[in-house]
Design a binder for this molecule. Sequence first.
Ligand code: 2HG
Ligand code: ZN
Length: 469
Amino acid sequence: MFTSDIREQEILDYFKAILGVERVLTDRESLQQAGSDHTEDLVFLPEIVLQAQTTEEVSRILAYCNEHRLVITPRGAGTGLSGGCLPVQGSIVLDMRRMNQILEIDSENFQVTVEPGVITEVLQNAVQEHGLFYPVDPASKGSCFIGGNVAENSGGARALKYGVVKDYVLNLEIVLPDGSVMWTGANTLKNATGYNLTQLIVGSEGTLAVITKIVLKLLPQPTKDLLILVPFYSAEEACRAVNKVFLAGYDPSALEFMERDAILAAQKFIDDYSIPVPEEIQAHLLIEVNGNEETYLMQEIEGIVQVLEQFNTGEVLFADNQNDKDKLWRLRRVTGEAAKGSSVYKEEDTVVPRAKLPQLLAKVKALGKEYGFDSICYGHAGDGNLHVNIVKNNMPEDAWHNELPKAIRELFLYTKSLGGTLSGEHGIGYVQKQYMDIAFSAVALELMRQIKKVFDPNDILNPGKILPG
Ligand code: 2HG
Ligand code: ZN
């Protein structure tokens, strides 16, 4: 059961004494759930699931695990797409769902303090009641936890205008693998005090410390937005059109790309809303502008349409009511799930300088032809972030397991040659670590290993993630 110096019963008794019997789970269903996330079809069963409710409990759990060399993997909602919360060495999962309180909404300073288990959309709705806006909106915002968003430095459609999680984290209460509790920063908009430990923890995927409190910056809530869906006769042209919008001086709050198969999969998935997708249409751009002045927004959106009309576009769909806007956004938000629904898949989260997007898409399709795989591409074109769902369909098993990694390596090498890297927002976790030598030199990877060693000398916290080997 446990690779540790003490008996299993002693371990269980210790945790039950801290958490109570009901928060120490060993039933099959709990172990199954804690053993998987939204990454492919991977399952790694833990021995125990612990549900902590306070920082003090987290501290005692980690101190005990550190003393007895028990591996422990923190878990949020399990919506991750690179295996960051999978207990790949079994043992213990620290389930953060019960630390789900919004501790303080400071509407005077435009800040909020939350626990890691708060659902992102719950947080957004709570601060909106105070006229405040937390803009980082992963597609899974209705189920993902803010703690997991911080651990992965998540993005989402509006990252284009508002940035990603790292741009909103001011301060973190964390518990180190030895059980020590500390704050990483201060509740200030500026901070030039010492090394930036806050930003080191953001995106560390639960490998350096467990996050137990999060202080986020908020913005005033924008009051208006306009949304259009623009069809293109060529996917490559749609990608080329993206950068022209910005070169013309426009500043959309979101600019999403969906190739034909993506929007068709999404429409099939939600089945209660569909838009006409004529045979010759190969891709769409979904573009949003937001702010507080309706006339100005209309001028923006008209200007953007004019820029796009220099390309071969179809009839623009203008969502002029909230219901249509919600339906279009829902179509985009389910695309990931829809694209995965039909086949075994591997997801790549490539990101390049925005103007290089057309070359990236062309490379994905060329590799598909060369290696014999299909792909469904969509994503945050405005950020140069292309989600590539490689779908197995009828690719032979051997090719899928042995040839496809070569194709993915070629894709990442090309992405790097364009000035890009492996992940824009989904993280490295477990499934991408084998490619980290493409993104970083041996010196840089060794530095990351040393940082992990400083925080977690006994390698008990979420081992086997991010770094190759
Ligand atoms: C999105 O942009 C999310 O839809 C999820 O990053 C992507 O599930 C996916 O492929
Ligand atoms: Zn995304």
